[in-house]
Design a protein around this ligand. Structure first.
Ligand SMILES: [Zn+2]
Length: 127
């Protein structure tokens, strides 16, 4: 890959990284806020209703899953940035084949080509 293209992907990854870090930060401060409210008993009228409780738990779980997915993506981004420095960016970490440009443009932090990703998809969660 040419240096100019690498720099472009690097920039994409850095921007993405900042966005995700911002989102994680928002999630964490939301949770802190929620916990404070719960200890003061402000939301007790909501939590006594079983249906509302379920909805709140679901909401929390959704946010939690989202945040942990974002943390995973964050580490994928860091790996991708490290591969840019090492000069192996754009190559599948599994089989060493070139990852198509369209795929990198869609998911710049992906470590795998489409074939390897599909092979692994059923075994465990991978991006
Ligand atoms: Zn591969």
């Amino acid at each position: 890959m040419r240096t100019r293209e690498l720099q472009r992907f690097k920039k994409m990854l850095m921007v993405l990284r900042e966005e995700i870090e911002g989102e994680i930060g928002r999630f964490e401060s939301n949770m802190l806020h929620k916990n404070r409210k719960e200890t003061t008993g402000e939301v007790s009228s909501f939590t006594t209703h079983p249906a509302d409780m379920g909805a709140e738990t679901a909401e929390y779980e959704k946010a939690y899953v989202l945040a942990s997915t974002e943390n995973e993506i964050l580490s994928l981004i860091d790996d991708a940035l490290a591969r840019i420095d090492k000069g192996t960016y754009g190559l599948c970490v599994e089989c060493g084949e070139k990852i198509p440009f369209e795929r990198l443009r869609a998911i710049p932090y992906t470590p795998y080509c489409v074939d390897c990703k599909e092979k692994m998809e059923n075994e465990e969660y991978v991006m």
